[in-house]
Design a protein around this ligand. Structure first.
Ligand code: ATP
Length: 329
């Protein structure tokens, strides 16, 4: 399958003053991954592991104190190649909505709270199309109908809608121009499970119908099991494992992934789930070597001395762990 997004050795750090000292918070530290055309690539990891920073960096939404230290993000939109950090801000803006769009956790961030929803469609999407307004709104109506959303919702204010309905409208807005790449950041985290299921199946349907690629970020492994084709596990700013979803769940290789998968509840199994010792590291002062080693049940001497490289250990499987790959890599 063809690659749509190629991320190479990406490093993005925040500059922060901690206890009066100027430090770098290494939130995205040497991440390389590719997202194929038409796939849902899931990114999982606990709070503060750098998921949102990774998204911002891939979307080119960088503002101080965050900066891209090195690496590249390349897209293959519209048959060409776009090198995100070699583009002007205007060129980057031109990719938004048409080729790349966002579904965020809080739909209120996108839908303007003081304007009727139809204005959000005009503000974000209309300027990217060469259509008259009536023809544009015919397109919007057809899209909403396809997504089984009531047209009258366009005349509502965001606060008049339930959380689930607002999130569906946000998804409709993000997909109106059939973008090739959609980034979804915890899009169902704030929703109850029933609404969450409906929103996830809506995302899956859209993805199948439009053939778009998704970067789907959530800490919820249950959600990944439902939507993601492949999953990358992020720990303390680094990608520690990547595998097709079924393989990641049936045979996780990295001790951290084993913990994430092992702590999922199983119906009918009354045994208590193991918890992990310690806390994730402070990314302004991460431990030497493997960042997971202070918490790792399989740690060896080398783990505190050397950073384990991400190694391809089987087709479509990469892992960064000396306990799996041996210490000769
Ligand atoms: N503006 C900022 N200045 C300094 N450090 C920051 C800033 N924003 C985030 N960080 C730090 O960057 C690291 C990664 O944060 P990020 O929000 O990307 O993690 P996350 O995995 O998305 O977490 P969550 O799931 O809680 O949103 C954290 O250590 C966080 O404290």
């Amino acid at each position: 399958m063809e690659n749509l997004v190629e991320i190479d050795n990406l490093k993005a750090y925040y500059r922060a003053f901690l206890y009066g000292v100027d430090r770098e918070v290494r939130a995205v530290d040497d991440i390389s991954l590719t997202i194929r055309r038409g796939e849902v690539y899931g990114v999982a990891g606990e709070s503060s592991s750098g998921k949102t920073t990774l998204i911002k960096t891939i979307a080119g939404a960088i503002r101080p104190p965050l900066r891209v230290v090195s690496g590249s993000v390349k897209f293959h939109f519209g048959g060409g190649t776009q090198d995100l950090y070699a583009m002007t801000p205007e060129e980057r803006m031109a990719l938004r909505w048409k080729h790349l769009s966002y579904i965020m956790q809080g739909s209120m961030n996108v839908l303007n709270p003081v304007r009727r929803i139809r204005h959000s469609f005009t503000d974000f999407a209309f300027r990217h199309v060469k259509l008259s307004k009536p023809v544009f709104f015919e397109k919007v109506a057809a899209h909403l109908e396809r997504l089984k959303l009531d047209l009258q919702l366009l005349d509502a204010y965001p606060h008049e809608l339930s959380g689930g309905m607002r999130q569906r409208m946000t998804i409709a807005l993000a997909t109106i121009l059939t973008p090739e790449f959609i980034i979804a950041d915890e899009p169902t985290t704030a929703l109850d499970v029933i609404v969450q299921r409906d929103v996830l199946s809506m995302i899956r349907d859209i993805q199948r119908e439009m053939g778009s690629s998704f970067l789907f970020v959530t800490h919820d492994m249950g959600v990944h099991a439902t939507v993601s084709d492949r999953i990358g596990i992020v720990y303390a700013g680094r990608l520690v494992e990547e595998a097709p979803t079924a393989k990641l769940f049936s045979a996780p290789l990295h001790p951290y992934t084993q913990h994430l998968v092992g702590s999922l509840p199983k119906i009918g199994d009354p045994t208590t789930r193991p918890s992990l010792e310690g806390r994730p590291p402070n990314l302004a002062m991460p431990p030497e070597g493997c960042r997971f080693h202070p918490r790792c049940p399989k740690r060896m001497e080398i783990c505190s001395q050397k950073v384990p490289p991400l190694v391809t250990v089987a087709p479509e499987r990469r892992v960064a762990c000396f306990a799996v790959t041996g210490d000769q890599v």
